[in-house]
Design a protein around this ligand. Structure first.
Ligand code: FAD
Length: 405
């Protein structure tokens, strides 16, 4: 694999594909761009890939299979086979029979991100840490690279295609003139503790709904033994300030003695989008992928699967555009068609459900969860759940008026 070319008198570089951000999305994009024969550089502003972790670390087993990521002890901390959803009054829906392919993993997210970055390096991508993109280079309306900075030293990276994999706080899309702005009601502010010394069911992903986590939910993900990730995500529009999410998390833990006995060994805070995907993820010379393209699931806040998939497809599309010498918007549009075909309908449906859930009071939430629990359905898809509630207690769906029916 030819390496990126240095300009003799400066730090400036010439590559085929520049990937900004070394999260799961960026590493997948870099791997597949390099495998497609493109001279690929991935830059990461942090000094270590994967840290600090900002994640509940829950991953579907089938996600890895779909994205083509091998299961590995290098990053899997714990396996669970069930999910439970709790209403505010404690009624529980237990999805016991997720099936072999559908169980989940709690990963060590720092190790997961590094595993993927190593894979990208092995495929031939060059990686530079402590290196930020600070603006895009443009010529005649086309993105032709990015101005970057390493240890305070600015330099230019010229590239035929730039992939913005710069996460929730992405700037790349905005710099390229794409609309990535989020409304406050579409932002979920999260805080999570890793607790040691808890006494919980180790075989489940637990989700707690209702105003104990306004406009979001609380989660308890066992990491095996007596360790668990316990967090809360609350809709920003329902908080007085971001700090209030800590009060909700502390109150949630205090109500659960099995958690309250634990000690906090790690705290992570961060935001996730609960929005529709960006209207446009492609411009001439530019692709947006993962959280940067707002591909997070609006109900669960999970973004790893869509990050892996869209990263892979962005890398493949970028390499193909380099090979065909057509990094124009039209030449890159196949990428957008591909992720929309796989994700758009589901993301749109989940967005509407999220909007309805945000308007649902605790009493209705209790009725909805009870109806699903009593129905005994095994299919945990949002579609199946809505169907059950429509049949059993349609009036509990007031918050969904005009959204679903
Ligand atoms: P990121 O992982 O955010 O990576 C972006 C990278 O770009 C970062 O490393 C950043 O430093 C770098 N970067 C940004 N700007 C620049 C720049 N200008 N120059 C260079 N580098 C730059 N998802 C799940 O699927 N399961 C979960 O359990 C889960 N729990 C979560 C819990 C919390 C508290 C939060 C906040 C999120 C959670 N998510 C979860 C969402 C998940 O973490 C993201 O969807 C996922 O990280 C998206 O990957 P990404 O590569 O697109 O972005």
């Amino acid at each position: 694999m030819p390496r990126p070319a240095f300009h003799a008198a400066s730090m400036d570089l010439d590559v085929d594909v520049l990937v900004v951000g070394a999260g799961p999305t960026g590493s997948m994009a870099s791997k597949y761009a390099a495998l497609g024969g493109a001279r690929t550089l991935m830059i990461e502003k942090r000094q270590e890939i994967g840290t600090p972790v900002r994640c509940g670390e829950g991953v579907g087993k089938h996600w890895l299979a779909e994205a083509g990521v091998p299961e590995s002890r290098a990053f899997i901390a714990h396996e669970v086979t069930r999910s439970r959803v709790f209403s505010p009054d404690g009624t529980c829906i237990s999805f016991d029979s997720l099936g072999a392919g559908k169980s989940g993993y709690v990963v060590e997210r720092d190790l997961f991100d590094r595993f993927l970055a190593k894979d990208a390096a092995r495929a031939g991508a060059e990686i530079r840490i402590k290196t930020s993109a600070t603006e895009l280079l443009r010529e005649e309306g086309r993105v032709v690279g990015a101005r970057c900075q390493h240890m305070g030293e600015p330099f230019d990276v010229r590239a035929q295609v730039v992939i913005g994999a710069d996460g929730f706080e992405s700037q790349i899309g905005r710099w390229a003139g794409l609309t990535t702005r989020l409304r406050m009601r579409d932002v979920v502010s999260c805080l999570q503790y890793t607790l040691a010394g808890v006494d919980i069911d180790k075989d489940t992903f637990d989700f707690h709904l209702g105003t104990q986590a306004p406009g979001g939910y609380a989660w308890v993900f066992s990491k095996g033994d007596d360790l668990a990730n316990v967090g809360i995500g609350a809709c920003l529009a329902k908080l007085h300030d971001r700090a209030e999410v800590k009060d909700y998390l502390d109150a949630f833990i205090a109500r659960h003695p099995e958690l309250a006995r634990g000690e906090v060994i790690e705290e992570v805070a961060g935001g996730v989008s609960a929005s529709l995907p960006v209207a446009k993820s492609v411009a001439s010379g530019l692709l947006l992928a993962g959280d940067a393209a707002r591909l997070i699931d609006p109900i669960s806040g999970a973004g790893i699967l869509n990050g892996l998939l869209s990263g892979r497809w962005a890398g493949e599309a970028a390499a193909a555009a380099v090979q065909s010498k057509d990094p124009s918007e039209a030449g890159l549009l196949g990428y957008e068609r591909r992720w929309r075909a796989r994700m758009e309908e589901e993301l749109a449906r989940h967005y509407l459900i999220k909007e309805g859930l945000q308007k649902t009071d605790d009493a209705s939430m209790n009725r909805i969860v009870r109806a699903v629990a009593e129905s005994g359905i095994k299919d945990i898809s949002a579609k199946a759940i809505v169907q059950v509630v429509l049949e059993r207690c349609p009036d509990a769906l007031q918050g969904f008026k005009g959204l679903l029916v």
